[in-house]
Design a protein around this ligand. Sequence first.
Ligand code: TEU
Length: 559
Amino acid sequence: FMVLEWYKKNTIYQIYPRSFKDTSGNGIGDLRGIIEKLDYLKSLHIEIIWISPIFESPNKDNGYDVSDYCAIMPEFGNMDDFDELLDIAHSKGLKIVLDLVPNHTSNEHKWFKNAKTSVDNKYRDYYIWKKPKADGGPPNNWPSFFGGPAWTLDESSGEYYLHLFTKYQPDLNWENPKVREEIYKAMRFWLDKGVDGFRMDVVTLLSKDLSFKDVDLNIGFRKIIEDHYANGPKIHDYLKEMNDQVMQHYDAFSMGEGVGITPENAHLYVGADRKELDMIYHFDILENNILDGKYEEVTSFDLLQLKQVFRNWQTVFENKGWIANALGNHDFARLVSRFGNDKNYRTESAKMLVTMMATQNGTLNIYQGDEIGMTNIHLDDIDKVNDIQALNFYVENLETKKFTSEVALQMINNEGRDNARTPMQWDNSEFAGFSIIKPWLQLNPNFTDLNVLNQSQDRNSILNYYKKLFSVKKDYDIFSYGSYEEFEKQNKYIYMYEKMLNDQKMLVILSFSNLEIVIDYKIKKLKTYKLLLNNYNFVNIDNYKITLKPFQSLVYMSN
Ligand code: TEU
């Protein structure tokens, strides 16, 4: 038996502030927009709000390039707005989690600007500099996450600086104790205000392979991350220190973005006795059909593989660790378009997908707009693409000609991050109730029909299903935790499992099929169970079999 801490059983709702709600009329979402929607969030029965970065930033990567960790991005409002947001959220029983970006800063951060002035500058060692190879090229062959090399030459000193993301995001040198203390100071600044935790951006990258040797590019980008960028020799020292110096002194939790973690090493980050992070999320679900990072080879969605991923990660719980689960976020295409059917069964598949996620062990993360089943957007011209990852890929591809430009644009449409970043669709007014002027990123034209207002008036909407699901989930720890037995293991279309916690049992039946599917099951037993959730208004069941409608999902509870 285990009593779950609040942050384990609560549901986290991720806000991408730029696209959530604009109140100032600049076409960009803002903090007052979040305040305005707190009652809406409360009505969803979520308890924790994670807000993507709100700090001062030149926005080369929409806030993931921070130029001041303790200042609010002026486009989003000011510190008074933030204090008010935190106060009102708390008074409504909602927790606020900020997005800490400790691996890199913006190249416009004063530390980097100083560091660039000379090799003797006291900020020089805040970043990672290396001399060129004999031929003048970068110190090693590391590729960056967003295309091109991970090194850029600083002309004035003749040295290269490391950036695992864009050249506008130089990596901080965590070997330097001053850097660590600066980040801890910023964390305390927000925690002293009362924030309830941090989502920690690419936190596994804080310690890298310090040999800085060339890597074997043939092992593929995922493996390069795992072996050389993430999980470095000092990572656990840093995270222990961070916990010791900062987190343990507050009633706040940490959720790491676990790029490059595996089921084998995850518990080292989140084991109950490790005193490092409270939870971490991995990329095996998010990258289901993405074999080796974006804009490489993709396969079609494979349920057998997804089931295997969930199975693999149970070892973390056996090792007394804890993970968070997400099927979508601001870095991936919309989940109903990727894993469901956004043409014919949008409502049904969106409900089924959240049912799967909400019944998996771990803490559930949901992403803004998924509660109404927002879909991918179709962009017919590269000029309409905003995301730097997609643009870098497109430009690089013009040179390498690996794909035709048409295919490259198609890949961006399928996988690109803009899909998840189109403005929130509140109603069917001119700018979807998001803003009073043309938003910073184009709206998905389907907002006229697909929006919060419509769905709040429809008893059978995705939105109302989310509300019901999360309200029920509050009453049962078994949603977030329990042992786990699977049926129909080899079935490519059905995902079916029974969870057990203490003397309670929960049976989950999920169809990933566009067609009706009949399954046999010892149905008699079900007569003593209560049907808790169903994404249709009926279930076709007799003594021996259930005939599932397309994308039907059922949750039965033993008592
Ligand atoms: O993402 C890190 C990360 O690994 C993703 O970039 C991911 O690999 C990619 O999107 C999948 O194709 C975090 C943030 O979530 C992302 O928005 C930032 O751009 C990135 O870090 C840099 O801070």
